[in-house]
Design a binder for this molecule. Structure first.
Ligand SMILES: Cc1cc2nc3c(=O)[nH]c(=O)nc-3n(C[C@H](O)[C@H](O)[C@H](O)COP(=O)(O)OP(=O)(O)OC[C@H]3O[C@@H](n4cnc5c(N)ncnc54)[C@H](O)[C@@H]3O)c2cc1C
Length: 443
């Protein structure tokens, strides 16, 4: 007979046991607690679910939907549907794990405890922090108002709540300025703000409207991209396609009723410019969730979990690790980086569980498939030193259709089938095979 969980009514009995029952309302203990059931949290939980016994692994995650966020860019361009980007959290979490369907509101690492919104306190022996970073649309005056009105011209791929309005905004664009912004804060996938710019530009060309629209990319960064090899290729594309790039230019406010946006020059904050827009694609400032950034014991001044950038172990609490966007390691915040970090956290945490020192080192690997049009993409791959770390045996700074297919079809399949089951640690092995290199220190 089909049983339904009496606590959450979601059928969570299927894959993971619901943890909101009255018998454990106040306090629970586990060996490993993973906070955050997104990209990094699920991947690490999947690996440990095969090592730990029943009830030893707990995941705290309040969202019912698990999003594959890299597809949001393609949803914004009308290439994919939002429905393709998510699965139910209960179907993504591993079998042998207890899902606490609540939000962590307080970390207490001195007492090995995490407090949840539902009133529960969870004691752990080991903790993995994987709470990601959140878009803060509220930090730009007028932005929430603009996003709430579908015909305002204001849009963003950075939330499942708003991404569906990007393509209609693109389609309605006939003249004026199409402005794309990059904030003065760390962001997840620093390439995405310009990918949606290139896609819009390509769309305008295909529609025969390009001559009537000025395409402007205003970025807070001093460069178009952090890695010189790819930055050179991207500058060339912008020049060839007449995309105006303004560096050190930060969006500070919007007046949706007037369709104007105000920018500051970060090198001279007194200098402000107001631009009219027909389309304004905003990449909002981002920050770690409050539970983490308010915990001075766990986080650094910027609010990120303060870990050793090689071992991913917390600098003060040896039984705590962090990975993904919320970690202080200075890599580009991408799912690709989280994949490479998963194996390092898995192996190093097991070392610590056995009373040993962590052995593996994360090299800062991140990748960013820079979609530059509806059928082409530059696959950027690099390490902590911003040196290219390319998988394929050809120079990856060229626009290629094959890389577009990789981004659109192959990587999502790898994500759902391999990474979410704990079987994908990034392409390091393929890189070695393709370059016939078995001598480097890469795993
Ligand atoms: C538009 C866009 C495009 C992108 N493109 C790419 C790309 O092309 N390639 C790429 O590699 N990456 C891309 N990324 C980035 C990638 O999605 C993230 O880097 C990756 O998801 C980070 O994983 P994470 O586990 O750190 O965070 P997330 O996957 O965001 O997961 C964090 C989880 O923690 C949960 N959480 C937060 N606070 C709490 C709390 N207090 N208690 C419990 N749970 C909590 C959240 O609900 C969430 O489920 C893109 C992202 C966006 C938004």
């Amino acid at each position: 007979m089909l049983k339904v969980c009496r606590t959450c009514l979601s059928g969570c009995y299927k894959r993971s046991k619901c943890f909101s029952g009255s018998q454990i309302r106040n306090k629970h203990s586990c060996k490993l607690l993973v906070v955050g059931g997104g990209t990094g949290g699920c991947a690490v939980a999947a690996k440990f679910s095969r090592k730990l016994g029943k009830n030893e692994l707990v995941v705290v995650e309040h969202n019912d939907h698990h999003y594959y966020q890299p597809l949001f860019t393609l949803v914004g361009a009308g290439i994919e549907k939002l429905e393709e980007t998510w699965k139910n959290e209960k179907d993504v979490l591993p079998e042998n794990c207890t899902w606490v369907r609540s939000k962590a509101v307080k970390f207490d690492p001195k007492n090995n405890s995490v407090y949840c919104e539902n009133g529960e306190r969870i004691e752990y022996e080991f903790l993995v922090v994987a709470v990601g970073i959140e878009p803060r649309f509220d930090k730009i005056s007028g932005l929430l108002e603009g996003l709430s009105e579908p015909s305002s011209g204001v849009c963003s791929i950075y939330s499942p709540n708003y991404v569906n309005n990007v393509y209609p905004t693109m389609k309605n664009l006939t003249s004026g300025n199409a402005i794309f912004t990059f904030p003065s804060s760390p962001v997840k996938c620093p390439g995405a703000p310009q990918k949606i710019c290139y896609l819009t530009e390509d769309f305008l060309r295909k529609e025969g409207k390009r001559d009537h629209v000025n395409v402007i990319y205003n970025t807070s960064l001093p460069v178009i991209f952090g890695v010189k090899k790819y930055a050179d290729a991207l500058w060339k594309i912008c020049q060839e396609r007449d995309i105006a790039v303004n560096t050190r230019t930060n969006l500070i406010s919007i007046e949706p009723s007037k369709k104007t946006a105000m920018f500051e020059n970060l090198d001279n904050p007194q200098e402000r410019t107001t631009l009219a827009y027909s389309m304004l694609h905003v990449t909002p400032p981002m920050a770690t969730p409050d539970a983490l950034n308010r915990c001075a014991d766990l986080s650094n001044d910027a609010g990120f979990a303060e870990i050793d950038k090689a071992t991913l172990q917390h600098v003060k609490f040896p039984n705590v690790f962090a990975l993904g966007d919320c970690a202080s390691s200075p890599n580009s915040k991408t799912a690709a980086a989280a994949a490479a970090q998963t194996e390092v956290v898995f192996e190093n945490l097991q070392d610590v569980m056995r009373g040993k020192r962590p052995r593996l080192s994360y090299d800062g690997y991140a990748s960013c498939p820079l979609v530059t049009g509806f059928d082409r993409c530059i696959l950027a791959e690099f390490d902590y030193d911003l040196k290219p770390l390319e998988t394929f045996p050809f120079s990856q700074d060229k626009e290629r259709y094959s890389m577009f297919v990789l981004k659109k079809n192959i990587i999502p399949t790898i994500y759902w089938s391999l990474m979410m089951n704990g079987h994908w640690n990034g392409p390091a092995l393929f890189r070695k095979i393709m370059h016939l290199d078995f001598t480097s220190k890469d795993k």
